[in-house]
Design a protein around this ligand. Sequence first.
Ligand code: GLC
Length: 829
Amino acid sequence: MPRPSRPALLALAALLALPGALRAGWESIGSLPAAGATASSLVHRDPRVAVSVTALSPEIVRVRYAPTGSFARDHSWAVVRSDLGPARAAVTPGPSASEIVTSALRVRVSFAPFRIAFFDAGGELLDEDDPVRGMAHAGAEVRVWKRLQDDEVVYGFGEKNGRLDKRGWSLGGYHYTMWNTDTYAYDSSTDPMYVSVPFFIVMRNGKAHGIFLDNTFRSTFDVGRESRSLLSFGAEGGELDYYFIQGPHPKDVVARYTALTGRIPLPPRWALGFHQCRWSYFPESRVRLLASTFREKRVPADTLWLDIDYQRDFKPFTWDRGRFPDPGKMIADLRAQGFRVVTIVDPHPTKEPGYPVYDEGIAGGHFVKTAAGTVFEGPVWPSNAAKNAGNSVFPDFTRPATRQWWGGLYREFLDLGVAGIWNDMNEPAVWIRPANTMPPDVRHDNEGLPTDHREVHNLYGMLNSRSTFEGLSRLRPDARPFVLTRSSFAGGQRYAAVWPGDNTADWTSLRQSLPTLMGLGLSGFAFVGADVGGFAHDASAELYTRWIQAGIFSPFMRAHSEAAAADKEPWSYGARHEAVNRRAVELRYELLPEIYDVMEEASRTGIPAMRPMFLEFPEDRETWSRDDQLFFGPDLLAAPVLSEGVVSREVYLPAGEWFDFWTGAPVAGGRTFRVPVTIDSLPIYVRAGAFVFRQPVVQHTGQMAGQPLLVHVYPAPRSEASFYEDDGETMAYARGESARRRFAQRREAGSVTVEAAAVEGPYRPAARDLVFTLVGEGTASRVLADGQALARVEPSAFDAAGTGWTARDGSVTVKVRDRPEALRLTIER
Ligand code: GLC
């Protein structure tokens, strides 16, 4: 991955390094008198500036800086503020400095000049305003400069290119902009991208805190780039409204950030299967051929996607009836083969009287307007249509009535059996040069406080997907909505999965996908995946195979390709690669019980499924900048091959004991080593003590019911795990229809005990076997289930046998009938 280029800002950096210097036009807050305090907050004000500092919980403190002297409407699109708990703060006003103390934080506010510093409960300084610059404004722009220590590493910022550690290499630092942008065929230095999440995590010696800037205007973040010892952020308008979020574990920071901004909804299980897309599969016969090819070739898959060419003249909510004469029948037939269909619906209806979406939108005042008050129009896909080409108009998703209207338009598609909706081009992309979006003075309702596009731009995609999500929820209240969006903003994880747009079919892009997706996960977006195979240009057979292998560990796994590129289907690269690609997708399906369990955790806690190494091992400095390996959940460490033509791959395993996923062999951690690889290789390691939940290969998630649950138990003296299940499809889980089971193992000299506690919760899966594999156990003298000896079965007869145990592949495998009551297995040595 190329090192980020350093701009020639040396002169500016030198200027900023001078004590007291601030770029021309910036007015830093000088002294600011106290103007009041409450049980949990301090307010400071003079005629030009108002600042408040408020403890929202023991670990979360909100700072608002209004450069106008008074605070604006307190309204947030991102923050939902659930389960924060009481702050229980002690506020101590003083003559030259005041303090807010909670059980986790001490916040010192000094008045002259006005600066804020955050300390942990033990008195360690976590974060402080730069004494020279502090908070400042220049016209409508607001900014804060904070101290950045040499030993701090920085993560997050949502969908970004470059390394996971945003200090960059050798403290080179990154400068990022938040301004949602359609970036076709981007590379690993492209910025900004499609999604804006103004949130980051700072970690020092394994202890972390986070900062979320709740501001939707164009914002920029400078991580030690302008000056190595400074981190600054600010926006082109609005308040400097930020939340300081204490850890100290980085998982605590992510959990608290997602308590503030919300978590992903639990996806339907089918959405965790394999998705096949291209721009575009048409006509109907080609879609049907695609479906039957998956089943004939026995490559598992759940979802087929229809890109823009299924529509009439690229008009949202229409079908090209020449290409798709009977979409309802086609979708029903595909459903019978175990497929779901997702359709693209972009937010740019054509300006065409007589087209109902246009007519209704005009009648309802639903489209955004120019500064002069006329409906704004601009070219997007419909302007490229062969017939009836025209400009588009754009719904104002900041208006509740418009979100409601647009969401309701999905009714006909759902009635036809469409399973999920794909929202694209919602940065919004508008082909007007040079900005490639709406002009900055376009007007938006902004929930009753009209504003212009500068403030709304970064929200457009999030509110588009919100309107879709809420529409789907209303129209089909008992089905879990599935929405994929290209553009979004902080908090958008509540409504839609995200894919990082138009990546490129090259090795850099594959390599980049890991830090980008992990950065999204750290920033609340736990349901993410990049286009497998790369969108722009053709993929080589080797690249495609490596991408599908890596894609197993993306929460969202979809192959996609641009119109001009060759097919990117698992069988598009010859028989040898077809076999390897099939095996990769099969592994995804074998792991689905585990994947679903980890996604449920993400929906409940915010901790992403795809985790950077440091999230699991924050004290281990080797993990801080490792971004070519990942954890899926807490126990599976994947080191997919990300380079061309290699015969080995470097792996780092943190201290402790590990097991090779494929052979079960123990592997010592605390070291870096090379593993030999061939095209079939996908190095995966399992943490000692893990319980990994699997199933036999199925062709789609509809075949999961009744499959045995395969529980692989990796040795440790003692360990515990829990496993979540529900019907995988409906909202019944939200009413408590789920099941959780706790597992434990205990090893003594002569025996191993494995316990499955009684199932908690009312959900019951279809009748099935429960098959435990005690990895590396070799053999046993006796195996007992609840004290009753089980029959020993020959390995070759085991799969067909009922209850019993066998010794095979270096492990002891035990099969019992699943039942909700507690179960104890004793494996006597
Ligand atoms: C955009 C999307 C891409 C899609 C294409 C046509 O480029 O990012 O995924 O295939 O538009 O709809």
